[in-house]
Design a protein around this ligand. Structure first.
Ligand code: KG4
Ligand code: ZN
Length: 495
């Protein structure tokens, strides 16, 4: 379960002292000192809690006449390390310091504690000084770190998102959690005669489409480029050449308008569209992402800090399987909509096609992984065999039975992921979400299992720039430091 953060009060003193002693031992503040800290007019203390239990606390001090804020202390319960609590507390303090109009923030950290130093660096702090023998009695030095508080710690930043990981050139613009524009230019037609996305063609098409797509997005949002507070861009996973076009454009734009840039993970961004539809993401949630390029199951405990890849396809992506089977059946590209249409008049039970990685023996290693290559072979064999016998193949029946096999596996594994992890909700994403049977089966089985199902609007399910902008805005609002300008593209970027 995830934690919440709220302002500390004097009533938290006992719980805070307990954590203080456990964390700092001999170095702990006394109870009167802690009480004075909590209640002083120039301090600001937060606690992280789960139900009634205090799991961490942190505080800053900022006097009205100064433009800098100081982190006074931070501690997290030993039993809840690595849950992102320290990061959340720090982010909340940075936001508060920005609200108090501080432009800089300082902290001291023990030289022998590399983990917190790394966290502070990730949040944008720099090491500026060292004080020898600062911590007594053990004589450990203090590293002094400074953060220049980004001016974009804004409650509702305007963010431009650029997506070019596959064949959609997407430019989206959001203000905080509000969608302002979502313009997509697809090169799908150019790939049709190859029956799948050709990376070089996709990259060139992005290059050609970017400027016009950007102009249209700005027009739709009704803003000028100067009103953009930050640029966000997909830097993986995806096709390397295609990603490079978007990242190059995003960097050039950020430099030209002198605004920060945020590199974004495409898969995680798919989940962020939910925020545009209902203001905030309910966590934890499982996400099933199914498109021509990916088939992934994510467990999202916290969108920015805690996303786990539960499983993914070990061969074809779900959409790719639709596209390939469409070819076998003589249907056109993209195959998903064609098969969906043909299946309407077919019998889903006509042929029992294999469900990949669903046998008891697969459960240990591949419970959340997908495989469609066996299914693909089975369909091709079925068609060949019928033809060799001179029998008429029912395209409708094959399409319906194939679609059923894919949908069955997708939904079964997604619901297993929810139930195994005690997660009461499921979000869908990716172009395959257009599939009518997938929607039907997901709805019915989620209802049966008491799982809340979120299906975003289709224009937000397929690859788009709005999802990139949305997660960019979340990063900014959480006080996350921008990416350095020299970040690269990673075709297999992990979540
Ligand atoms: O997310 P998306 O637009 O982008 C890429 O992956 O590029 O997904 C496109 C994929 C294609 O493989 C297409 O065949 C599949 O989504 N798709 C569908 C349907 N509509 C699109 N698959 C099954 N049923 C559909 N109705
Ligand atoms: Zn995608």
């Amino acid at each position: 379960m995830s934690h919440l953060i709220r302002l500390a009060t004097e009533a938290d003193l006992a719980a805070i002292m307990e954590l203080e002693k456990a964390s700092f031992g001999n170095d702990s503040w006394s109870r009167p000192t802690m009480r004075a800290e909590l209640t002083a007019p120039h301090t600001y203390y937060l606690v992280a809690h789960q139900d009634e239990k205090i799991l961490g606390y942190a505080g800053l001090s900022k006097v009205a006449s100064s433009s800098s804020a100081d982190i006074q202390t931070i501690a997290v319960s030993d039993s809840h390390r690595r849950a992102g609590i320290g990061r959340h507390l720090m982010q909340a303090l940075i936001e508060q310091a920005a609200k108090l109009t501080a432009t800089e923030m300082y902290l001291e950290v023990r030289e022998d504690k590399p983990a917190p130093q790394k966290l502070y660096e990730q949040l944008g702090f720099e090491k500026i000084d060292k004080r020898e023998k600062y911590y007594q009695p053990d004589g450990v030095a203090a590293i002094v770190m400074r953060l220049t508080i980004p001016t974009n710690v804004k409650s509702e930043p305007v963010v431009l998102g650029i997506e070019t990981s596959c064949d959609e050139t997407g430019i989206g613009i959001v203000r905080g959690t509000t969608l302002l524009a979502n313009v997509i230019s697809s090169s799908m037609d150019q790939h049709a005669r190859f029956g799948g996305v050709v990376p070089e063609i996709a990259a060139r098409a992005h290059l050609e489409a970017l400027e016009a797509t950007l102009q249209k997005a700005l027009e739709t949002a009704g803003i000028s480029i100067k009103e953009i507070d930050a640029v966000a861009v997909t830097n993986g996973p995806g096709l390397a050449g295609a990603l490079m076009v978007g990242v190059g454009a995003a960097k050039a734009l950020a430099v030209a308008i002198d605004k920060p840039i945020y590199a974004v993970n495409h898969l995680v961004a798919h989940v962020a569209v939910d925020i545009l539809e209902r203001g905030k993401l309910e966590t934890p949630t499982v996400a099933l992402l199914v498109s021509g390029g990916h088939t992934s199951l994510l467990l999202v405990r916290d969108l920015l800090n805690d996303v786990e890849l539960l499983g993914e396809t070990i061969d074809d992506a779900a959409g790719e399987a639709f596209d390939k089977i469409a070819r076998v059946l003589g249907l056109s590209y993209p195959g998903g909509p064609e098969i969906d249409k043909a299946a309407q008049n077919g019998d889903a039970k006509a042929i029992r096609f294999p469900r990949g990685l669903t046998l008891p023996k697969d459960q240990e290693k591949h419970r959340y992984n997908f495989s469609f290559s066996g299914l693909k072979t089975a369909v091709a064999r079925h068609v060949e065999l019928a033809e060799s016998k001179g029998e008429q193949v029912s395209i409708a029946d094959v399409a319906a039975s194939f679609r059923e096999a894919v949908v069955d596996v997708l939904v079964t594994k997604a619901i297993n992921a929810c139930q195994d992890n005690d997660v009461p909700r499921l979000i869908l994403g990716g172009g395959v979400v257009a599939n009518s049977r997938l929607r039907e089966v997901a709805k019915a089985r989620c209802q049966e299992a008491g799982i809340e199902l979120r299906i975003p609007a289709l224009s937000l399910c397929t690859d788009n720039g709005a999802m990139i902008a949305s997660i960019g805005a979340q990063k900014i609002m959480a006080g996350e430091a921008p990416s350095k300008l020299d970040f690269g593209v990673y075709s297999t970027l992990p979540v």
